[in-house]
Design a protein around this ligand. Structure first.
Ligand code: NAD
Length: 326
């Protein structure tokens, strides 16, 4: 039986990835600094460890017999644009420490394959209508935020270990990912979850606050598609960074309209100042398409699966406030 380690298994994508690996027949160890907030982990074993500490990375990688066949490194001090703008030092320090120690220890342990979760935040800002950017166009680099710079460093570190220590490395640059069982409130939530929450809290016909002017362009990838992409990339021969994203690009206004439609509510938009991030995104998926991956969910289908889950969280949260547990 193949054995996999998922770092960040208490988080959104890591939690879904553990389920995917279980379906594929793996024995899975999950590791995170916290338990999963929304669902019990599907991992065979779950360790609570702070991966900023090198000895904890070593402990996570230690098995009774032989090294892990596959290590998926998704642990990061991470959040939506509000968090990215307000926690620059935490991101630069915490995520870099995790990646420095985990990459080195994975190579020391002799793991079969090492996956690193990077982001399209490594690319520069784009204007609407610009042609697609391919992976190598991330350099010369000018990421819009420190989160992107840390990811670029961690990518290069993983590639250096691939070249010099013989570790097989796979690197994905994720577009925005959304779905059930992800952070939906508290300041770390990303745009799709935040908009779903605001719409769930709003009365029919009410206005919700939207950061910026609603014209920023994004691609949103449903989490089931993302974990399929991660798994296919890990099994593939593709070296270097690989974009993974839904080919449908929408404005923030279109995201709000899609959520409102799924919710069956009329929603007005009240544009306010906020940390919007880049103006536009448009990336080539040619590399991930070359191994047969395609997004199965367009925005409407993914939101139809995500909104009911967030609406339920909002309802439970409200009930909890009215009737708090003793
Ligand atoms: P998430 O915040 O839900 O998961 C990250 C997990 O890492 C969390 O559970 C957190 O507790 C854990 N973690 C943080 N510090 C840790 C530490 N010191 N030790 C151990 N665990 C620690 O985020 P996610 O959306 O699941 O993202 C997973 C990965 O994908 C991250 O590396 C993220 O940067 C990347 N990514 C995500 C998106 C997205 O849209 N969600 C987009 C691009 C890239």
């Amino acid at each position: 039986m193949r054995k996999a380690l998922v770092c960040g298994a208490g988080g959104f994508i890591g939690g879904h990835l553990v389920k995917k690996l279980k379906r594929e027949g793996y024995w899975v160890r999950g590791v995170d600094i916290k338990e999963h907030e929304f669902a019990p982990s599907a991992a065979d074993e779950f360790l609570l460890l702070d991966l900023r500490e090198e000895q904890n990375c070593r402990a996570a990688l230690t098995l009774g017999e032989g090294p892990f066949d596959e290590v998926y490194q998704l642990a990061a001090d991470m959040g939506g644009m509000g968090f990215i703008r307000s926690a620059e030092c935490e991101i630069m320090r915490n995520s870099a420490l995790i990646n420095i120690h985990m990459t080195h220890q994975a190579a020391q342990a002799g793991v079969g394959r090492y996956f690193f979760s990077s982001s399209v935040c490594v690319y520069r800002d784009m204007q609407p209508g610009e042609p697609e950017m391919s992976e190598e166009e991330a350099v010369p680099a000018n990421p819009d935020n420190e989160y992107g710079w840390e990811k670029l460093y961690a990518e290069r570190m993983a590639m250096a270990y691939a070249r010099n220590r013989g570790m097989t490395v796979r690197i994905a640059r994720f577009q925005n990912c959304y779905g059930p069982e992800g952070t939906w409130t508290g300041g770390r939530e990303k745009a799709p979850a935040a908009i779903c929450r605001k719409v769930a809290e709003a009365q029919d016909g009410a206005a919700i606050e939207v950061w910026g002017d609603g014209n920023a362009v994004r691609s949103y990838t449903f989490v089931d598609d993302m974990v399929d992409g991660i798994y296919m990339l890990m099994q593939s021969h593709l070296e270097g960074a690989v974009n993974i994203g839904c080919p449908q690009y929408v404005t923030v206004d279109e995201l709000v309209d899609t959520v409102a439609e799924v919710a069956g509510k009329r929603i007005e938009k009240n544009y306010v100042e906020g940390p919007v991030g880049v103006h536009s995104r448009n990336f080539s998926n040619a590399r991930i398409y070359s191994i047969g991956w395609r997004a199965k969910y367009f925005l409407q289908d993914g939101i139809a699966k995500t909104y009911p889950w967030i609406e339920e969280q909002v309802r439970l949260h409200k009930a909890d406030k009215i009737h708090p547990a003793d």
